[in-house]
Design a protein around this ligand. Structure first.
Ligand code: ZN
Length: 277
């Protein structure tokens, strides 16, 4: 196979969950060796570790920590549960600050026992309760709308319009959005709402993968870019027209990819990034 003509990986970032079999130390070593420049760290990868030391190791390997995934899950059926979520989000913000991550991605949460409108109010109130803590830590919060198939238990924020409305309501320079093509590709308002993000200067993260047909597992069967129906270059064009110049983050949850050799998977990701993003 001939070499790729424009092998520029300077904006490529991987989420540690994409290579789930690897620890954060392995991911740091192997991503850096593969020429990748950004890492988004999932909180589980920090278990038993000093976040400051992890962040330092990532930077010494020549990479940036792009964000910490994830905070959120604000709704709960009782006040004690909602307070526990607020406390946990403050801890996530502290971990991000120690790690040197400028951003915490929020999967906002939902509980099936209550109406979506109630979960949305609790999300707004939960973010409002932690935003001063985020500002003091110098860590921004990005609301990531999730595909409506997750509206029961993972997020009551399901469109970019809802995320924009929430940001407008909170009116904080510390609260913006993360656009993930997996969750938003189907939305007829997507281009318009990405433009709205751009005017508000709140588009702070861009996550890519693909939508497989048939999807065999609603959580862990995400596709590699190019093997599904998402027009990623088109959405990237909208995102960049809105002023986004940040990392392009590959976030793939997939039993089939986690089962393969992760070095070979990394090679496939790099190829797919050049051809299909
Ligand atoms: Zn995402």
């Amino acid at each position: 196979m001939p070499p790729e003509p424009l092998a520029d990986f300077s904006r490529l970032c991987l989420h540690t969950i994409t290579t789930k079999p690897w620890s954060v130390e392995e991911a740091t070593r192997h991503y850096a060796a593969a020429g990748i420049r950004g890492m988004t760290v999932w909180r589980q990868w920090l278990a038993g570790r000093d976040p400051a030391a992890v962040g330092q190791a990532v930077r010494e390997a020549g990479m940036d920590v792009v964000s910490l995934c994830r905070g959120g899950f604000f709704p709960a059926v009782d006040a004690a549960g909602r307070q526990a979520a607020i406390d946990d989000n403050r801890r996530a913000i502290d971990e991000a600050a120690a790690l040197g991550a400028p951003l915490v991605v929020l999967v906002c949460g939902a509980v099936p026992e209550q109406p979506l409108a109630e979960s949305r109010r609790q999300i707004r109130d939960g973010i409002a309760a932690v935003v001063d803590h985020a500002a003091a830590a110098g860590v921004r919060l990005a609301v990531e709308p999730l595909h409506p198939m997750y509206a029961d238990a993972r997020s009551a924020i399901n469109t970019l319009a809802q995320a924009n409305d929430l940001c407008d309501e909170l009116a904080s320079p510390w609260v913006g959005v993360a656009v993930d093509v997996y969750h938003l590709w189907w939305d007829p308002e997507l281009e318009t709402q990405i433009g709205r993000c751009g005017r508000a200067e709140r588009l702070w993260a861009f996550h890519v993968c693909d939508w497989r047909t048939p999807t065999e597992d609603f959580l862990n069967d995400r596709g590699l870019m190019g093997e599904g129906c998402i027009d990623i270059p088109r959405i990237r064009g909208w995102v960049e027209a809105a002023g986004f110049r940040g990392a392009i983050e590959v976030e793939i949850f997939s039993h089939r990819y986690w089962a393969m050799d992760q070095h070979a998977f990394l090679d496939e990701i790099k190829r797919a990034y050049l051809r299909h993003v």
